[in-house]
Each structure stands twice: as C-alpha cells, then as structure tokens.
Design a binder for this molecule. Structure first.
Ligand code: BF8
Length: 650
C-alpha cells in the first residue's frame, strides 16, 4: 500500500507521542501508508493554492494569479488576488460554520423529538440548564413540565436557524458594548443558516467584489457559528447528556485492552455514542463478550466524540486526529464507530489490513468499505446494541499475534464546563478576577484545534501550553489540543508543579490542573461564554481582557470559523499553520493588523510555539497595562535563545 518510493522519515520526526511512534514503526515495516506518507507524496504542494490565489468558483476558470507579478494578475472574470483570496477564505469559514451548525441542528432535532417523547435512550438529564436556557429566551417555566418547556425551547432555537430575525437568540450573553459594535459593523448574526448561504451567494462570481466586505461577512458567518450553531450544540448536549463536571480519565493508545472487546467512538456528535455507552453496559451484551473469550467491553474515544464522552462520563481517550489510522494498526481495535467530521477516508483502507470493522452511522457521511448502520434516534438504544454486538463479533476475528500495545495510559482530568469552573471558584468569578488583578495569573489563553501532519504531532500544543503555564498563564483547551496535553501529563492537578509560582498556588488551592479541558470543538463556545461573563462581571469589553487564542496545529475549515468568531468576539488568535491568504498582502494586512482597530483583536501566524508563547505573553501584558493592572516590561519577554525551530518537517 506504500504510495511513495522515498525513504519514510523517522517516527521521531513525525510525532512527540511515544504511543504513536511505536505504531508508526509497524507502518514502516509493513509498508502501510499513513497520512504522513500521503503528505510527502503530495510534495511539492501547489504554490498557488497555498497562497490562496487559485480559483475554481466558475467554469470560465480555473484561474490563478501570479504571485510574482509577471503572469496574469486577474482571473478570467476580472477578480484580482484580493478578491480571490477573500472569496476562498470566506468559503472556508462558511464550510466550517456549516459543519458545526449542522451538528447543532442534529442535536436540536433529537432534543425536539425527545420533548415529544419519540426517542429511545434520551431524556432531559439537566432540568436546571433547561430552565436557565428557557428563561434566557423568555420562555415560561413556572408550573410547566420539563417536556413542555423543552418543546418551546426547541421551537425557539429552530427559528434561529433560518427565519426572518434581526439577531439570533443567545447574543444577550455578549457585552452590550460589543453587540453595539457588531450592529455598527453590520455583522450581527441574523440566522445560523442564513449567513452561510449569504457567504456562498456573495462569493459566487460577480456578487461581492470588495475583499473587505467579503471578510466582514466572514466575521458575521463565523459569529453565527460561535454564538449560534456551535452554542446550540453545546447547550442542548448539556441538557440531554448532563453538564460536564471534573472527572478523572485516561489517555493514549494504552487505553485499549488486549483482553477486552475494544470499540472506538470517533467523530463529533454525542448522540449515538451516548446510547452506545448505555448499550455496552447491557448485561446480555457483556455476557456475549464473555462467551467469545473477552473479559468485557471497552469503549474508548477518538477526537471530539471522544471529548464529549470523556467530559461527561470519563470514558478513556485513545487519541487525537492523527491517531485514527494508528489505532487500527494496533491490531487490538475490533470496531471503529464513526459519525462525521475529521474522519479520514483512509480508515477503511487501513482496516483491510487488520480485522477492525468500521461502522458508519450518519447518512450524510458514508464511507465505502464500512458497514453502514443508519442512526435513528427513535430506535437509539436498539441501534446502539446492534453496533456493540458487531464489535463483539469482530473480536472473534482478532489475531492475537498482531496485537501491538506498548503504551501505559496517562491520567488526565476533564469536565471543566463554565458551570464547573465557577463551582470550583466557589460560585463566583471573583477569585479568578482577583488572581488576574494581582498578577498571580497573568491572563488566560485558549489553546485549541487540530493535529496537522505538517507539524510534528502534538509538539505545537504541548510546547506552547507548557511555556504559557510556566509563565503563570491559565490555559483552556478543547478538541485535539486537550488530548495532546492530556497525553503529555499536563492535565492532572499535579501538573501545577510545572506552572509558575502564582498559577501553581491558585491551582493547588483549588485542586485543579493548570490546563483545563473545556470539551470538544463545538465547546469552544464555553471559552467565549466564559470570556463574555468575565467582561460583563468587570463592566468592560472582551477585547480589553488579558486573553488570547491559539491553534498551533490547525488543519480544518472548522478551525478557520472558530478563529474568526474568537477574533470577532474580541480575542486575538495565533495560528501555527499558515492559512492560504498570503497571495494578497491586503487581506493579510486586514486580518493581521487592521482588524485590531475594527474589532479590537486580530490574527497572527507563528509556526514556532516558543515564539508564539512570547507573542501571547507580550499581548497579555499589553492588555493588563490597558486595564491599569500591574504589567511586565515587554522588553523582558523574549524567546529562549535556543527556540525550537523545527515546527515543520516537510
Ligand atoms: O472538531 S480539533 S482535528 S477532531 S477539527 Fe477535528 Fe480539529 Fe481535532 Fe474535533 Ni476540531
């Protein structure tokens, strides 16, 4: 299956994680191509596409702009580099926002069906959150049953996806000063679907030919994700499955157990995985597993479906994005259940070399070579049982001689919803505000996003996070970043020892890690909701707070949407992988400089996590000074002499 004749690189240059390196050795020995091999086979990647100056939006093209100024400077339609780059970037935001928002809609539809008592395996597990959301939307709760309230809430949120409104429902959480700014800029999100559709319209040939106007609508589109579709997904998942609370769990490939039936739950949506967790406890199925010689049924998570389960139930986490092929190559995985997003089409190819059954479950996400079991919430539990049964049968096909499990799992703590963080603080943000004001904590940073094979796996997340906590900066993580930091042992309360003196003291007093797991990628909403709550508490705008975002290893269009809504919400964000915008210096200037004067935040690009840490530290100190808080002299904040250079191995 090898796709390249050049000698593959050493696993140590591809990932910092020992569990991954051991399996990559097997891939080399057996000639099984992975994502890293396919990336090498693609070299050199298209320079026009990397700069964002190629356009396939219409059939007068495809077109490209010569970045050296010698060849064509206009596409066939007349679009220049600015317009082409902005259109491409805008479409990426819309694709990412659509992915999150469609996920939110799926949760909402099951929530609505549950309110009508049409589902099996689902219930309203958090009535307090249901009441809080209903009250926020002006829905009566007095002397009404949970199901009655849920029906009205479902109706109100369904309206947010597309009918005629001036603004979506949950914006009251945002400080008034920022909402006013959004109104002035005409970027207030009106409908979750509407902004995506309008972005596709605007970027059709011959509609919006002003790159600034396109990018402003990009912010609006992303805000419809962050304060709309993703927020609906987070909030209703909490109502259906419970608000996450701190929980101990384990992480890395060592969570697989050679003695048990191993089933990995991969993708993003907690709907099916929640009923699979229920099904795996079914006595009949546990007995069936014993009959085939296993000691039990072991469910493990991958990517964000894994994050959802780990946050709420402590389900062990097998790995992040770049582990999805490697987990199959352990020879110990009996079934991989996938829903949607971030699931490589290659998993079914790799599964052919082993006994693993890949089971797809979403009708909108089919995988040739997988067994498809269509998810239907009306028969949720029954489908969950059927999937677990298939995993048990697949266990019978496992070749024990092919099992390669070398890693010891690492402990990690998850479950830091906003509610859990406030509870840890004693019910009010005051202790956190005081710690920031006194300088014990310099600020807080969301380190989020993916793995990307262009970056040594986990290296960006772990190095950046480590430098930040060493310098008394509280780190909030989601998505694949949470998993990377968990594997590195940075997410247990004892990791406070790695932190600077001030952060260490606060973490030890509260019994929390210096790196807090806030959930899956739709749960980046928890970070902006917390930021808005802090700003409201202090009577300032979000952009005045000592906060930043970072996505050191991002790859996905969803990450572009997240970055855009974080910046539009007032939090500057550093990207570790270059986005395809450098073919237009006007677009670069707008996103990396001018946006600061418009929304009080901007993007930066810095592949070296050591330098990214310096950029963030300086940024936080500037914000502290702006608030009149004690601030360090910026000249004292510099990169270590031997800054790690090798962010990219390509
Ligand atoms: O939504 S961090 S690789 S798994 S896109 Fe995907 Fe990126 Fe991981 Fe979760 Ni988010």
């Amino acid at each position: 299956m090898s796709t390249t004749t050049r000698r593959p690189p050493e696993p140590t240059s591809l990932t910092i994680a020992d569990d991954a390196r051991a399996v990559l050795e097997r891939a080399r020995e057996e000639g099984i191509a992975t994502v890293w091999d396919r990336l090498r086979a693609q070299q050199p990647q298209c320079g026009y596409c990397s700069l964002g100056v190629s356009c396939t939006n219409c059939s007068m093209g495809p077109c490209r702009i010569d970045p050296f100024g010698e060849g064509p400077q206009r596409g066939v339609c007349g679009a220049d580099a600015d317009v082409i780059v902005a259109r491409n970037f805008g479409r990426s935001i819309a694709a990412g926002a659509s992915a999150h928002s469609d996920h939110g809609r799926d949760i909402l539809e099951v929530f609505a069906a549950t309110a009508e008592e049409e589902t099996t395996g689902y219930e309203i597990r958090d009535e307090a959150k249901l009441h809080a959301l209903a009250t926020e939307l002006g829905i009566a709760t007095e002397e009404r049953s949970a199901l009655e309230i849920a029906r009205d809430l479902a109706d109100a949120l369904q309206e947010d996806f597309g009918t005629r409104k001036d603004a979506i429902s949950l914006l009251d959480r945002v400080p008034e000063v920022r909402r006013e700014l959004w109104r002035q800029l005409a970027v207030t999100p009106r409908g979750i679907d509407r902004e995506n559709v309008e972005m596709l319209h605007r970027t059709h040939m011959g509609v919006d030919n002003d790159y600034t106007n396109i990018l402003l609508h990009g912010l609006r589109t992303s805000l419809a994700d962050g304060w709309g579709g993703s927020l609906v997904a987070t909030e209703l998942s909490d109502v259906l499955f419970g608000i996450p609370q701190p929980v101990m769990s384990k992480v890395n490939l060592g969570v697989l157990d050679a003695a048990q039936v191993n089933i990995a739950l991969h993708g993003h949506n907690p709907l099916l995985s929640d009923v699979i967790v229920q099904a795996a406890q079914d006595e009949e199925l546990v007995a069936m597993a014993t009959e085939v010689g296993a000691t039990g049924i072991n469910l493990v998570g991958l990517c964000c479906t894994g994050n959802e389960l780990q946050m709420r139930k402590g389900v062990p986490m097998a790995g992040n994005h770049l582990m999805q092929e490697l987990i199959i190559m352990t020879g110990a995985l009996d079934a991989m259940v996938v829903d949607y997003q971030c699931i490589m089409p290659s998993v079914t190819d790799i599964a052919k070399c082993f006994h693993t059954e890949v089971i797809s479950t979403a009708d909108k996400a089919r995988f040739p070579g997988a067994t498809h079991i269509s998810f239907d919430p009306h028969r949720g539990l029954e489908i969950g049982r059927e999937i677990v049964r298939r995993g048990i049968v697949a266990y019978g096909n496992r070749n024990p001689d092919r099992v390669l499990l070398t890693a010891e799992p690492v402990e990690m703590m998850a479950g830091f919803s906003v509610e859990a963080i406030l509870a840890a603080l004693g019910g009010t943000p005051d202790p956190l505000v005081d710690a920031i004001a006194s300088g014990k904590i310099r600020g807080a940073v969301g380190v989020v996003g993916c793995n990307n094979p262009k970056v040594i796996q986990d290296g960006g997340h772990v190095t950046l996070t480590r430098r930040l906590i060493e310098n008394d900066i509280l780190v909030l993580v989601t998505g694949c970043s949470a998993i990377a930091n968990g594997k590195a042992g940075q997410m247990v309360p004892e990791a406070a020892e790695m932190a600077g003196e001030g952060l260490r003291e606060v973490c030890q007093a509260l019994g929390i890690p210096p790196v807090l797991h806030m959930g899956s990628c739709v749960d980046n909403t928890r970070i902006i909701v917390l930021a808005a709550a802090l700003a409201n508490h202090l009577g300032v705008d979000v952009s005045q707070l000592p906060l930043a975002g970072a996505a050191p290893e991002w790859y996905s269009e969803k990450a572009i949407s997240i970055g855009a809504y974080v910046v539009a919400s007032g939090i500057s964000t550093v990207l570790g992988v270059q986005p395809p915008i450098f073919g237009s210096m006007n677009v670069v200037k707008l996103l990396a400089e001018d946006l600061d004067g418009v929304v009080g935040a901007r993007f930066a690009v810095e592949p070296d996590p050591e330098r990214a840490a310096v950029w963030i530290r300086r940024h936080l100190e500037e914000k502290r000074a702006g608030l009149g808080l004690p601030a360090h002299d910026l000249d004292t904040i510099t990169a270590p002499a031997a800054a790690a250079a090798a962010a990219s191995h390509v």
